[in-house]
Design a protein around this ligand. Structure first.
Ligand code: SF4
Length: 345
């Protein structure tokens, strides 16, 4: 694509509130006061089963996500991390609380009001095969969001953009003519990233983006995501059950258990001095060979439809006290920006 065409296309795509005008070294918090991109304020999400039972998948969650950072969200299956991601991209609606994007409450918006913001908030899924239409060619899949969100672009300009995005994610432009089934898992995930990126978003939720891939391919996709974060000034919420994967990208880490955020801090703080017994057990399990007696997790996660009283972790906590069975600890600051929900000092 010529420079002239490229700048014309950029002009037509202006009007996005992409958040990319102001650059900041990705992967690092700004030296000055970091800008809040997303604020999750006392959000609760309940799944109801036809009125018979109710499961609180996310329980009174409060969390800020800052521009240019990668926030890793970890925890066992069913802890609420994917529900949180789905709430952020409005695949689910909150039951209580609010989510704001750059100060705008997206939970109260109609679909029409949210439409202009949709391009700023994108998602990369665990299994791209289930999130993209297998009957459509890659070129069409990538062009469709431009048809919806950038009506001023001509067909030729859209196709140039599609070729550009394929190159950006390391695929030859010839892949436009292939179907998803003709791609490997890693190539499909590259397409999924191109799809998330094509509208020039500011924020991407990546939900277990590499967990379905071989380890060697995982490294390639993580490297690509890191490179793109730098080039496009992206902010990531990176959801994973795998601490090793999370360690590669995350500036900060949030730990969830039974719908509750139980620890939050910089990667350095939480990985070197995990405070909450659940976080300690997760890290001990991830570094099993280096563990020197730190108790590992015992028992199963209680049913979210019948959560324990008091501290949600008390049924598995090796340091449980009497008080823990009655009272629920709140997330309390330990050091600057580092918090844990536990009664232990
Ligand atoms: Fe364990 Fe009590 Fe802390 Fe909960 S509050 S994590 S049960 S010590």
């Amino acid at each position: 694509m010529s420079k002239k065409n490229s700048s014309q296309m950029a002009e037509k795509m202006e009007g996005n509130e992409s958040g990319n005008a102001e650059t900041q070294e990705p992967g690092k918090m700004a030296a000055t006061v970091p800008e809040k991109l997303i604020t999750i304020d006392h959000v609760t999400k309940i799944y109801r089963d036809g009125g018979r039972s109710a499961v609180k998948a996310v329980d009174d969650l409060c969390l800020d996500i800052y521009k240019g950072e990668t926030l890793g969200l970890v925890g066992e299956s069913g802890c609420g991390k994917s529900t949180t991601g789905n709430l952020l991209v409005r695949l689910l609606q909150t039951d209580e609380g609010s989510i704001t994007y750059r100060g705008q409450d997206i939970t109260k918006m109609s679909e029409k009001q949210f439409h202009p913001l949709r391009r700023n908030i994108q998602m990369v899924f665990q299994d791209p095969y289930s999130s993209i239409n297998p009957k459509k060619k890659i070129g069409w899949l990538l062009e469709e969001p431009l048809v919806i969100h950038h009506k001023k672009l001509s067909k030729e300009e859209r196709q140039e953009k599609v070729k550009e995005m394929l190159r950006v994610v390391g695929l030859d432009e010839e892949y436009r003519n292939r179907y998803p089934r003709q791609l490997s898992g890693g190539q499909r995930q590259r397409v999924s990233i191109a799809l998330a990126l094509i509208l020039n978003p500011a924020f991407i939720v990546a939900d277990e983006p590499v967990s379905a891939l071989d380890v060697s391919v995982q490294a390639q996709i993580l490297n690509l995501m890191k490179k793109l974060q730098k080039e496009y000034s992206l902010t990531y919420l990176f959801i994973s059950h795998d601490l090793n994967v999370v360690s590669y990208l995350s500036d900060r880490i949030g730990v969830m258990y039974l719908g509750n955020l139980v620890e939050l801090g910089s990667w350095e703080q939480v990985s070197t001095r995990p405070r909450h017994p659940y976080t300690q057990a997760l890290f001990a399990a991830a570094n099993a060979e280096e563990s020197n007696g730190t108790p590992l997790l015992q028992g199963d996660v209680p049913s979210p439809s019948d959560p324990p009283s008091g501290c949600p972790f008390h049924t598995r906590c090796p340091q449980c006290m009497e008080r823990c069975r009655r009272e629920k600890p709140v997330l309390t600051e330990i050091e600057d920006g580092w918090k844990a929900a536990c009664f232990l000092e």
